[in-house]
Design a protein around this ligand. Sequence first.
Ligand code: HEM
Length: 484
Amino acid sequence: MTQGPLTTEAGAPVADNQNSETAGVGGPVLVQDQLLLEKLAHFNRERIPERVVHARGAGAYGTFTVTADVTGYTRAKFLSEVGKQTEVFVRFSTVAGSLGAADAVRDPRGFAVKFYTEEGNYDLVGNNTPVFFIKDAIKFPDFIHTQKRDPYTGSQEPDNVWDFWSLSPESTHQVTWLFGDRGIPASYRHMDGFGSHTFQWNNEAGEVFWVKYHFKTDQGIKCLTQEEADLLAGKDPDSHQRDLREAIERGEYPSWTVYVQIMPAAEAATYRFNPFDLTKVWPHGDYPLIEIGRMELNRNPRNIFAEVEQSVFSPAHFVPGIGPSPDKMLQGRLFAYGDAHRYRVGVNADQLPVNRPHATEARTHGRDGFLYDGRHGGAKNYEPNSFGGPLQTNRPLWQPFDGFTAGTGNHAAPVHAEDDDFVQAGNLYRLMSEEEKERLVGNLAGSLAKVSREDVVERAVDNFRQADADFGKRLENAVRALRG
Ligand code: HEM
């Protein structure tokens, strides 16, 4: 801020910021005290709606550096050369808690990355888990209702959480993940990130590849036990946010090595799992991790509201060479985020400093609306025009999908040879050491034992039984022991 006297919002010097104006000493306050009215009115409007999910988070800027030649797979310019650097802004978050909630909770963590590329911003809006609870966007609002506060009690209710999970067996894999050792990261720096969905890459020749992104933390994975988290959440609700900011202030820049799994398009139809099913991973034995880059965070935002609260990320923000897959969850998300941004931040959200392209400019014919800054000046606001305005390229960002048959309808995604809702949850359980299994069962039982209805408990245990008989049996015993 420049030097000079305190002013009103219109820039006029303020004479007295301690005493409002009254009719005589001890008399009522005057409407002509515009400073008082302006201060009260602005204050009333300080909040914008919090994100409906992922309300609580922290962000930082940094750099993505390409470390491998991927031009055979994608024509995205920011990935076109080894050594090439792109500015990023990353926002980490928890999912279920509202803005004032504590950080140290058992919950997935959001891992949203905005790449400010020369071809526009590319947003990868992922989580710290490779899979998700559901596989169709139509179930998302119901799912989130069970994670948020109950309409009657006003609290998060284990009854609702477990009722929904037990009735949605496709959640078994993600729930096994969430209640395992990685379910409560010690900080945002000590966790991996995943794009989770399958995305399309396409190269100059128009060949298509399906990819999954993995960000492996260079700090090492560190997690909290339930007991440690319970203590920390009470003592320091801002633990994750503080940790990230202070690490960057100390010059200890957190970084992640970025990998992809790549599936040639022709292999998708016959792969043993539906490659577009968000409740499944692609085992690394089938599609190994290929290192492509490194992401470092090295600059804190200067103003949390402007740069973190008002930051917006959209899975629909693609650049040439990258696009969606037919994953039904991802398809739903392509709509949901832009809609949320227009509601939460406004129709010009994409033009705020943190959100607008940094390495190119947005050249649209969209105009006006709340808080429009007039950046287009007198340029024509329609196209085609004869006045030299920007033109379409005739080249889509991604290649068209093909191979779909049958009529429209409310179709479930196709089932592949080894698909069922439990196979990968069972595989994950069987990979765990004895101690890990014990902690997983203990965490699950601790939560499940709070459910009031026996039929919900039984149905939930049965899902884990189907994943692995031993898993189900141990969980049943642990819940019985706790419920008495
Ligand atoms: C169909 C399913 C989903 C829907 C409808 C949905 C919807 C939303 C909405 C409306 C927001 C708030 C956006 C805002 O106000 O700026 C949000 C935030 C977020 N979602 Fe989703 N979501 C879905 C699934 C997922 C999945 C599967 C992931 C991760 C793989 C994910 C990761 C995130 C993240 C990281 C944020 C926070 C972004 C930020 O930091 O601003 N969501 N989601």
